[in-house]
Design a protein around this ligand. Structure first.
Ligand code: ADP
Ligand code: MG
Length: 757
């Protein structure tokens, strides 16, 4: 029995049909070994099990006919495209055939000749006859292929056709013979799956559509299992090798009380407190804990002007349980736009601070760092920490900002305050990861992946603490909480962030109205948009108008923020206080403009996408997105999320005349649903999984067959379950060396698309 590893070491040149020339061209499309060839999967199948009569062809079907060429002619279209048109008939009728960009068809096919054609049936615009565009053709009385015919990715550049690959596969399948299977017969039975050998045969040589489905299911499962085994083993190894901090989570017990249900109220808090008794910790920093009266978290929760949602409470409790435990937290917090992730993140930061540790909030951009600083400061104002050197023994909590933009002198001061342990919370970009920054005792890191950090970056912050050994001064790893702005479906999250525990905010704060989204398909109708803006402003609310660019030379309406601001202020929105905001403005001016918008001195803010994330002005109720077809789906959803953040009804107007099909699909999607999870699925359909999930190469997820969409969600869960079973007590898989080697091979080849080692 041959293993996949052996097949991966067997060069394609061992096949009889493959000489030097084919070896080179196959290599150029990434097929170098027998394994590569076997996993070069058909991307579709032509159903040539039945021959159709021409008279019975029906548009929309993919059909196979046997007929005779009645006439053929080639010409160039006005745009210079090569067009070959043919008539084909059989005993029952006539159809038309058009080949685009295949000029050689005019020489290949002759009137009177018998042909087999397979293709999707359409209807000719003029003659109304059935038509096939670019069908597959066999010449003669006998078809070259019949049955369910696989179609392989051909490469014109490498001059490899689908039937070349098919031919090589015949030999490869025969030579491969029986394949070693890491899953036992009983495991397969439990999973209701076929063995590997059958799966490889049937995906390439199916006899029925159900063969294809079953083979695909098995082979896709292998890919999912490899990844899940890797993630599970990584997680287990991480747990073994790291020592976390038992954070002081006083104040969490009071949460249920805040929520107004007592079912796991104080008992839990007390339990945690007594467990915390023997926790090694530096000087306690929260003020006023002496009598157990209140603590930093208590004060924080009491200071909030609203009640937390059930989801927020549950999330905060899950995080607190991680933080109290001696294992370092490694958790992902997901939630749709507006679900209130900030509060949860701040609770985690403060949990660190109240036990005397420093906390860091890491974000991908400077603008976002500044915005986070602003909302954070608002939330922690009035909170104090214990400090023996301060008068009265307490001082206000200290929050510092560190980005690449902070100038030299201020920078070294901030860096000193961080390393000296004075800064309690540090907000920053990846500048936080620079060599010169070291923390006194970093206890918690919240990573806000608004636009997704590379996985490598995410992990490198963990080694970022008090001493070069990568631990804090007490020899511990900081707790890590990762937040994503754009939620992804659980299945995808499990696969991509499978080494993280998952918390999702599934609820929106009470009383929210879904934002009403209206796609205005032509600029001719823009007047009604400005009317809506005026009417909301006159009700005392505020509006955003987002443009794709800061400046443009053509001064097209709605393209650049600068021109649009002039145009609107002097035209459709004359008389309203209109302000301008974009990333190129000096920081002080940006802050001033935002402040004016918040306080209502500016009623309408014309802006670029700098307002995309984090901006929080609850009484803004209109979002107008100009040139909306130029934005990505996640971006549109984020922008829309700037409104609908209070109990006021809100609107989002999309102005855009998309020039591409995908552009139209995006606007259609965003106008139809407010559900970020659903939108990310649609986005994966449009752009490919890799692009959406932030893996390195757009369009690739590292899988050849499996997908992370809902179709495979059950399989992801089952793969995860089996992986946990397999590696739970045996992280090195010593009882299944075959699987161990397959995982290693998969991760070496595809893993860098998905995970870091
Ligand atoms: P996101 O999840 O998009 O980051 P935010 O954390 O910015 O959301 O919260 C969105 C808005 O909702 C903010 O104005 C915040 O103050 C408010 N908010 C958060 N939690 C609640 C709650 N439980 N009840 C009411 N408003 C809340
Ligand atoms: Mg936010």
């Amino acid at each position: 029995m041959k293993s996949l590893m052996l097949l991966a070491r067997t060069p394609i040149a061992v096949l009889n049909g493959v000489g030097d020339k084919y070896s080179a061209s196959l290599a150029s499309v990434g097929i170098e070994s027998i394994f590569d060839l076997l996993t070069c999967y058909p991307y579709r199948y032509e159903d040539r099990r039945r021959v159709s009569e021409v008279a019975a062809l029906s548009p929309g079907d993919s059909s196979w006919i046997h007929g005779r060429i009645t006439e053929i002619k080639g010409y160039r279209s006005r745009r210079g495209r090569a067009v070959v048109e043919a008539g084909v008939d059989d005993a029952t009728g006539t159809m038309q055939v058009v080949f685009f960009n295949q000029p050689w068809r005019a020489r290949q096919l002759h009137a009177g000749e018998k042909v087999w054609m397979f293709g999707e049936v359409t209807s000719n615009r003029y003659s109304k006859l059935a038509e096939m565009v670019n069908p597959t053709v066999d010449i003669g009385n006998w078809p070259a292929q019949a049955g369910l015919v696989p179609v392989y990715p051909a490469s014109e550049k490498a001059s490899i056709t689908s039937s070349d690959i098919m031919k090589f596969l015949d030999e490869a399948l025969a030579r491969a013979g029986e394949l070693a299977d890491p899953l036992s017969a009983s495991q397969l039975e439990k999973l209701n799956m076929m063995g590997r050998t059958s799966a490889f045969w049937l995906i390439h040589r199916p006899r029925s559509p159900s063969d294809i489905a079953a083979a695909r299911k098995r082979l896709a499962f292998d890919e999912l299992l490899w990844l899940q085994v890797h993630l599970a083993a990584t997680e287990i190894r991480r747990r073994k090798s790291s020592a976390g901090i038992r954070h002081d989570i006083s104040g969490i017990g009071g949460l249920s009380w805040l929520r107004g249900d007592g079912d796991h109220g104080d008992n839990r808090g007390d339990g945690q407190r007594s467990r915390n008794g023997n926790r090694p910790r530096p000087r306690p920093r929260h003020a006023g804990t002496g009598g157990g009266v209140s603590c930093l978290l208590d004060e924080f929760f009491r200071s909030l002007p609203f009640a937390l949602t059930g989801s927020q409470v549950k999330a905060i409790e899950e995080i607190a349980a991680d933080m109290a435990s001696p294992l370092p937290m490694h958790r992902l917090l997901q939630g749709d736009v507006g679900s209130g992730k900030t509060i949860v993140a701040v609770a985690a930061l403060l949990t660190g601070v109240q036990g005397g540790y420093q906390s860091a909030l890491m974000v991908p951009t400077e603008v976002l760092a500044e915005q986070h600083l602003f909302s954070l400061q608002k939330l922690v104002t009035g909170l104090h920490v214990a400090d023996d050197s301060a008068i009265g023994g307490i001082r206000p909590i200290e929050v510092q900002l560190l980005t690449g933009r902070v100038p030299g002198s201020a920078r070294s001061d901030i860096i000193r305050r961080i390393s000296g342990g004075h800064a309690d919370i540090v907000v920053g970009t990846h500048a936080l990861l620079s060599e010169t920054v070291s923390f006194h005792n970093l206890g918690v890191v919240v990573v806000d992946e608004q636009h997704r950090f590379g996985v490598e970056q995410r992990l490198s912050i963990r080694g970022k603490s008090g001493n070069p050994a990568g631990h804090d001064s007490t020899g511990h790893d900081p707790d890590v909480l990762v937040m994503t702005a754009t939620p992804i479906p659980r299945t995808a999250a499990l696969a991509v962030f499978g080494d993280l525990d998952l918390t999702s905010l599934s609820e929106m704060p009470e009383g929210r109205f879904p934002v009403k989204t209206i796609w205005v398909k032509s600029r001719g109708q823009e007047a009604k948009v400005w009317e809506a803006v005026r009417s909301e402003v006159s009700a005392g609310h505020k509006a955003y108008i987002v443009c794709p660019l800061i400046e443009d030379n053509e001064r097209q309406a709605g393209v650049s923020a600068t021109h649009e601001m002039e145009r609107l202020a002097n035209g459709p929105l004359a008389g309203l206080a209109v302000g301008l905001m974009h990333g190129a403005l000096p920081a002080s001016q940006k802050a001033e403009t935002m402040e004016k918008f918040r306080t209502g001195k500016i009623q309408v803010l014309v802006s670029t996408t700098v307002v995309e994330v984090g901006v929080d002005v609850p009484d803004a109720t209109v979002m107008v997105i100009e040139g909306a077809d130029r934005f990505g789906l996640a971006q549109l959803h984020q922008l829309r999320g700037r409104v609908g953040r209070s109990n006021l009804p809100s609107w989002c107007y999309l102005l855009g005349e998309p020039v591409t099909k995908d552009g139209a699909r995006r606007l259609e999607a965003i106008a139809t649903t407010n559900d970020g999870f659903e939108l990310s699925e649609i986005d994966m359909d449009i752009r490919g999984e890799g692009a959406v999930l932030g893996t390195r190469q757009a369009g690739r997820s590292g899988f050849k067959l499996a997908t992370l969409r809902r179709v495979d969600s059950g399989e992801v869960e089952r793969a995860r379950e089996l992986a946990m079973d397999l590696v739970g007590n045996d992280p090195e898989l010593s009882s299944n060396p075959l699987l161990h080697d397959e995982v290693a091979m998969f991760i070496a080849e595809a893993g860098h698309y998905l995970v870091s080692g």
